[in-house]
Design a protein around this ligand. Structure first.
Ligand SMILES: [Fe+2]
Ligand SMILES: [Fe+2]
Length: 305
C-alpha cells in the first residue's frame, strides 16, 4: 500500500474515512435540525455527548502539550516570523484575500481560518528566509513572503474534496482574479497549492522563486502535523463530524505511524532543519494522549472488543 493511499492529507483519516467524516458532518447538521424540531430527541444527547468528549480532549491535549517546549523554529526564525506577521496585517492584497475566503474557511473540519492563517504566516517566514539563499534583494524576499502567505490562505479552499490540492488550486485561481496580482505571481501560488498534498510526488517548477514558494507552503502546512495536529486539528475534525471516539482510539497507533513518515518529506532548507522536530514533539504529545485515551475510555474499549 502506498503511503498516499493510506495517509491522504490527514494521517488519522484515509481518503475514504475522511469523506466519511465530511458526510457525518452533514448528518450532524441534520441532527441539529431534528433537535430544533423535537427539542428532546435522542440524537441531541448523542450529539452533545460527542461534542463534550472532544471539548474535553482539546483541553486535555493542550494541557499535555503545555509540558513540552515550543519547536525551535519559533526561536530561530523569530525575526522572519515577526516580519511575516507585520506584512500579513498590513498588505492590502493579503487583507483582501483574507476577506474573500473568511466565510468559506470559517469552520472547515479543523482546516479553517486558524489553520490557513498559521500556514500563511509560517510559509511567508520560510519564503523570506529561503529568498536569501536565492540571493533575492530585500524587496523580492518580501514579495515572496506575501505570495507564500496568499498561497497559505488559499491552500485548503476545497479541503473536503477528493484530490483536494488540485481542487483548491482551481478554486484559488478564481479568488486570485479578484485581487490585483500578476499572471506570473498567480501561477506561483496556484502551482504551490497543487503541490501541497502529502506523500505525492510534487511537480517540478521551472522558476526557482516559484519552486521556493511551493516548498515553503508544503513545509508550513506539514509543520501542522506536529503539536497542532494532536491539540487542535484531530479533535476539531472529530468534533465537527460527531464521529465516535472508540474507532479513533483503535486507529491511533497507525495514525502515529503516518505522522512519523512525514518527517523525511520537508522540502526547504529551513524545513529540513526544523520540520522533523515539529513531528517528534507532536508524536511525544500523541503518545501521552494515547495513554490518556486508553485509560479514560477503558470501559468503552472493553465493551467494543
Ligand atoms: Fe491541504
Ligand atoms: Fe493545510
Amino acid at each position: 500500500m502506498r503511503q498516499g493511499e493510506w495517509g491522504g492529507e490527514h494521517a488519522f483519516f484515509s481518503n475514504h474515512s475522511y469523506h466519511w467524516v465530511a458526510r457525518s458532518q452533514q448528518d450532524h447538521f441534520s441532527q441539529k435540525t431534528i433537535h430544533h424540531a423535537t427539542r428532546q430527541g435522542l440524537s441531541y444527547f448523542r450529539e452533545r455527548s460527542m461534542e463534550d468528549i472532544y471539548e474535553e480532549m482539546i483541553a486535555v491535549s493542550q494541557e499535555i502539550a503545555s509540558s513540552f517546549p515550543q519547536p525551535r523554529f519559533y526561536v530561530a526564525c523569530r525575526e522572519p516570523l515577526n516580519l511575516s506577521h507585520s506584512l500579513f496585517e498590513e498588505d492590502l492584497q493579503v487583507t483582501k484575500c483574507r476577506a474573500l475566503v473568511l466565510e468559506e474557511l470559517r469552520d472547515d473540519l479543523g482546516h479553517g481560518m486558524d489553520h490557513a492563517r498559521k500556514v500563511a504566516l509560517e510559509a511567508g517566514a520560510l519564503a523570506y528566509v529561503e529568498g536569501e539563499g536565492l540571493f533575492l534583494k530585500e524587496s523580492l524576499r518580501r514579495e515572496a513572503c506575501l505570495l507564500a502567505q496568499i498561497a497559505g490562505l488559499l491552500h485548503d479552499l476545497r479541503r473536503n474534496e477528493k484530490d483536494h490540492a488540485k481542487a483548491s488550486a482551481s478554486a484559488a485561481s478564481s479568488v486570485l482574479q479578484q485581487i490585483s496580482i500578476s499572471p506570473k505571481q498567480g501561477a506561483y501560488i496556484v502551482q504551490a497549492i497543487a503541490n501541497h498534498e502529502a506523500f505525492m510526488e510534487p511537480k517540478k517548477i521551472d522558476s526557482p522563486v516559484g519552486q521556493m514558494i511551493s516548498d515553503a507552503l508544503y513545509d508550513a502546512d506539514k509543520f501542522r502535523w506536529g503539536p497542532d495536529n494532536f491539540t487542535q486539528t484531530l479533535w476539531r475534525m472529530l468534533r465537527s463530524s460527531g464521529a465516535p471516539i472508540v474507532p479513533l482510539i483503535h486507529r491511533f497507533p497507525k495514525g502515529m505511524e503516518g505522522i512519523s513518515s512525514i518527517k523525511k518529506t520537508f522540502r526547504t532548507e529551513i524545513g529540513k532543519i526544523y520540520g522533523p522536530e515539529f513531528i517528534e514533539l507532536g508524536l511525544k504529545i500523541g503518545e501521552k494522549i494515547y495513554l490518556f485515551l486508553q485509560e479514560r475510555f477503558s470501559k468503552e474499549l472493553r465493551q467494543k472488543s
